[in-house]
Design a protein around this ligand. Structure first.
Ligand SMILES: [Zn+2]
Length: 303
């Protein structure tokens, strides 16, 4: 998962090098293969009432213009993919695990716009990077990456992948990066929130220079809970089994030794068990969405 969420975990391997993918020679023209198709898919959205309760997004985020931040994210995404590509670690379009990720994304994207209307205009992209990192993220504007480490080490099912992807999409939809950057900048400038909101307008130059910060931002526990619940609902609407969210976190805890009282995940992320409880409490709210999605023939669920 986003190693923002797992940055202290001893299995996230944040420094793990890129690894060439077997059979994946350097990908040419990777910049424009896929986003356009999903952009169209994103135009269709579910006009449905949210079932999980996460409240309003923070108004602080508006201090940073979304477009400027998304442009910065696009540049950082290209740079990350370019680096992977140069090492043969960027999965080509016909790579089976990448096709699987994109098929899952295609089932989730129609249900994103209800969480952020601007997402209708996003050019979603999903890519797979060869690395042992237990990692996945979605940058502002819908730029997603998974690392082979998280798929391989946790032996994720499609339902579990959908929960991670929904969680990461939710961070982008709820604009948690935009909010974090706005808050940290306002604080570092010694300015009160009120003076920012009343007098100084947007912090456009901040968004233009965030670069790699987007890969290392730490979200708050509230952000993580929001992402868990919004992701759960998006995945359920896409026809992925809600219980997989709980299963995923149990796997994650097991992989880090947290369940055995070892130092590691639980010591640095004491919310691990709490988030399982939170997810379990929300399963009944989304169960009917999952059943509906399962009973709707593919291709007609987007009305
Ligand atoms: Zn997260």
């Amino acid at each position: 998962m986003c190693w923002r969420c797992f940055s202290n975990s001893n299995i996230s391997h944040p420094e793990a090098p890129l690894e060439a993918l077997p059979g994946a020679s350097s990908r040419r023209g990777f910049l424009n293969h896929w986003g356009a198709g999903l952009g169209l898919a994103a135009l269709v959205h579910a006009n449905a009432q949210a079932q999980v309760d996460v409240g309003q997004s923070s108004s602080m985020r508006k201090l940073i213009p979304a477009e400027s931040l998304e442009q910065s994210a696009r540049q950082q995404y290209r740079q990350t993919l370019g680096e992977a590509n140069s090492k043969g670690a960027l999965a080509p379009d016909d790579y089976p695990q990448l096709k699987r990720l994109r098929a899952i994304a295609n089932r989730l994207i129609p249900f994103t716009a209800q969480w952020n209307p601007d997402a209708r205009k996003w050019k979603w992209e999903v890519n797979l990077i060869g690395s042992k990192q237990l990692n996945a993220w979605c940058m502002p504007g819908g730029k997603i990456a998974f690392y082979t480490g998280i798929l391989d080490q946790l032996q994720l099912t499609d339902d579990e992948v959908a929960m991670i992807m929904g969680h990461e999409m939710a961070h982008a939809l709820r604009e948690h990066a935009r909010e974090r950057l706005a808050k940290s900048k306002a604080t570092s400038m010694g300015l009160s929130v009120a003076s920012q909101l009343l007098g100084l307008g947007q912090l456009g130059d901040v968004a233009a220079n965030v670069g790699t910060q987007l890969l290392t931002l730490k979200y708050s526990r509230d952000d993580e809970t929001e992402a868990d619940l919004v992701g759960l609902e998006i995945a359920a609407r896409g026809g992925f089994k809600p219980e997989a969210s709980v299963q995923l976190w149990k796997k994650m805890l097991g992989a880090t030794g947290g369940g055995k009282g070892q130092p590691g995940f639980l010591s640095t992320h004491p919310s691990g068990n709490n988030r399982i409880q939170e997810l379990e409490a929300n399963l009944p709210k989304v169960a009917h969405l999952y059943e509906q999605a399962r009973q709707t023939p593919a291709g007609t669920q987007l009305n």
